[in-house]
Design a protein around this ligand. Structure first.
Ligand code: B16
Ligand code: MG
Length: 218
């Protein structure tokens, strides 16, 4: 039997880039003449950039031509990247490095499975790129979570059957994607919101070595 593969979402699991996405979307909303709240930003977690802009324009009741839509996508991303440029290791969420190191020391294959097209530069900024054997991100997928595509490509690239993969996710759509891929889903964040996950933890600090070893043993 193949060994277990581990797949990590990026935003909300490894780093909290949601706050930067929020600032960039908020700036765009202001420019378009409406307010975008932190609460509404919850709808954007794990969702593709294009879908986020569609939701944002719905919130502001703004109609866009194709040209405007494309321009605002670029504008938001350029703004977002100015925040990303300032990131460093201090932005890695608690105990992520401990968990990655635990897996790395046991030669367990590790993948990133993110909707973000900026995943690589972010991992570079926080100096975690070398932990990942495989990176599947918004540049490699055609179907957004909850479609299982991103995780199935990750499993295939790791050479591990989907049913032997474990997924860490903070978004409802991400947990659904992992479940749709028939992988073991672990919700990081509110158990109430991520109620469809196989296991729930507030953060990685709550995940001990015994539990990780059990996952590795499959
Ligand atoms: P980008 P994840 C997702 O990352 C974010 O949660 C979501 O808010 C964002 O819109 C999406 O990436 C696309 O990001 O604009 O950088 O391509 O949680 O799937 O790692
Ligand atoms: Mg996420």
């Amino acid at each position: 039997m193949s060994k277990t593969g581990f797949i990590f979402d990026l935003d909300g699991v490894i780093v909290d880039t949601a706050k930067y996405h929020y600032l960039a979307w908020k700036n765009l909303a202001e420019e378009l003449g409406f307010e975008f709240t932190n609460e509404q930003n919850e709808l954007f977690k794990g969702v593709s950039r294009k879908r986020c802009l569609e939701i944002l324009l719905d919130i502001g009741n703004v109609k866009a031509t194709k040209e405007q839509f494309d321009r605002w996508m670029v504008e938001k991303n350029e703004d977002y990247l100015t925040y990303i440029e300032q990131m460093d290791e201090s932005e890695i969420l608690p105990d992520v490095v401990r968990v990655l190191t635990f897996l790395k020391e046991r030669n367990i294959p590790i993948a990133l499975g993110s909707a973000s097209k900026n995943a690589r530069p972010i991992l570079e900024k926080v100096k975690l790129l070398s932990y990942f054997d495989v990176i599947v991100d918004g540049n490699n997928v055609t179907k957004a979570k909850p479609d299982p595509e991103v995780f199935l490509i990750a499993a295939e690239s790791l050479g591990v059957p989907p049913e032997n993969c474990v997924v860490f996710e903070d978004a409802v759509a991400g947990i659904e994607a992992a479940n749709n891929a028939e992988m073991l889903s672990i919700g990081i964040g509110s158990a109430k919101i991520l109620s469809k996950a196989n296991f729930n933890f507030d953060n990685f600090t709550a995940i001990d070595s015994d539990f990780l070893q059990q996952l590795v043993n499959n």
